[in-house]
Design a protein around this ligand. Structure first.
Ligand SMILES: [Fe+2]
Ligand SMILES: [Fe+2]
Length: 193
């Protein structure tokens, strides 16, 4: 990878600050810890760290601008995302990382792009980021601590738990569900037989 972690951190610091930056740094440490504990090689660990740093870097961009940038990149926009463009902050973070930093690793870009909604096919980098975003130690919701406990034992189980909890949350709070999140869930239930 041509860009260094320090350069990515510098870029991220220019985009976000305060609690969001603190959350990002906790996701960085926690996802990295999970990756190492699960025996991921150095390349995967580096990908996880860069993806973690970048994942919320577009979160301070206003919704109308998120929509505009996504449209400019011909990003397939779900009707739910059109109604709630804040959901596009991952996709936009990935577009900007490519443009501003020259990051073109598809594993990193997809992990960043789909860290909120998930997608049907998620590699280990995307899965670790998805778990860490939900369960980093600063998250004090009981489901986050349960996710951390499960992640101590089994990453695949933790991933499935987090996908399920996000769905519970959406249903319980009366929010719409993007079809790709449901497709992901169905993939995971198919995995288990
Ligand atoms: Fe996010
Ligand atoms: Fe996040």
């Amino acid at each position: 990878m041509e860009v260094t972690e320090e350069q990515v951190l510098e870029y991220v610091r220019s985009q976000i600050d305060g609690e969001l930056l603190e959350h990002t740094l906790r996701v960085l440490e926690y996802s990295s810890e999970l990756a190492k504990r699960n025996g991921q090689d150095q390349v995967a660990c580096e990908r996880v760290r860069i993806a973690a740093l970048l994942h919320d870097s577009a979160k301070n961009i206003p919704p109308a601008k998120l929509l505009e940038i996504s449209l400019k990149h011909d990003h397939p926009i779900d009707p739910v995302e059109r109604d709630h463009p804040g959901l596009l902050h991952g996709a936009v973070a990935a577009f900007l990382a490519r443009e501003e930093l020259g990051i073109d690793d598809p594993s990193i870009l997809r992990a960043v792009s789909f860290h909120t909604t998930g997608e049907e096919e998620m590699d280990v980098v995307a899965r670790l980021l998805y778990i860490a975003d939900f369960a980093e130690p600063g998250r004090d919701h009981p489901t986050a601590s349960t996710a951390r406990e499960i992640a101590d034992r089994n990453i695949d189980e933790a991933f499935r738990y987090v996908v399920g909890e996000r769905l519970h949350y959406l249903i319980d709070s009366g929010k719409a569900i993007i079809p790709r999140t449901l497709h992901l869930w169905n993939t995971l239930t198919a995995d288990s037989g």
